[in-house]
Design a protein around this ligand. Structure first.
Ligand code: ADP
Ligand code: MG
Length: 139
């Protein structure tokens, strides 16, 4: 049984480009209900904690610099089979390899500036949602 919730972020490049409204509309048109939503700016340390699993990867420094470079939009989304379906919906990590019509294909600029984040498992979704939102903000 897979969960109904996933976590997403609109990354600094997409926020800065003014794509927030369009991307949130796409989420809703895709059947994802917005359960919680906020704009915030991560410190480098906070971005480092969020992407902890990638600490040993060569792109970790670049990734955490980028993710702390400006405001992001964080959201919890609800749909059946949320994690798996949303990963398909946003497309491949590299926008150049993402399918036509996916969020990363439309709004992504490069492998690092790929417009949006999507959780990779129910466990990640819960960890990421609770990193950004208190219980009060999620009801
Ligand atoms: P995804 O976001 O599709 O789950 P990963 O978890 O593998 O992808 O990577 C996290 C994020 O790190 C990606 O969304 C992307 O912004 C960045 N990233 C991944 N691989 C690279 C790379 N080789 N070079 C630069 N940035 C990368
Ligand atoms: Mg990932």
């Amino acid at each position: 049984m897979t969960g109904k919730l996933t976590f997403t972020m609109i990354k600094p490049s997409a926020f800065k480009a003014g794509y927030t409204g369009n991307i949130l509309t796409k989420f809703e048109e895709g059947g994802y209900k917005i359960i919680a939503l906020k704009k915030t700016t991560l410190s480098k340390e906070q971005a480092g904690y969020f992407y902890e699993m990638h600490r040993e990867r060569p792109f970790y420094g670049e990734l955490t610099d980028f993710m702390s470079s400006g405001p992001i939009i964080a959201a919890i989304l609800e749909k059946d089979n949320a994690v798996e379906s949303f990963r398909k919906f946003i497309g491949a990590t590299d926008p150049a390899k993402a399918e036509e019509g996916t969020i990363r294909k439309i709004y992504g600029k490069s492998l690092s500036e790929n417009a949006v984040h999507g959780s990779d498992s129910d466990e990640s979704a819960e960890r990421e949602a609770s990193f950004f939102f208190s219980l009060l903000e999620r009801v």
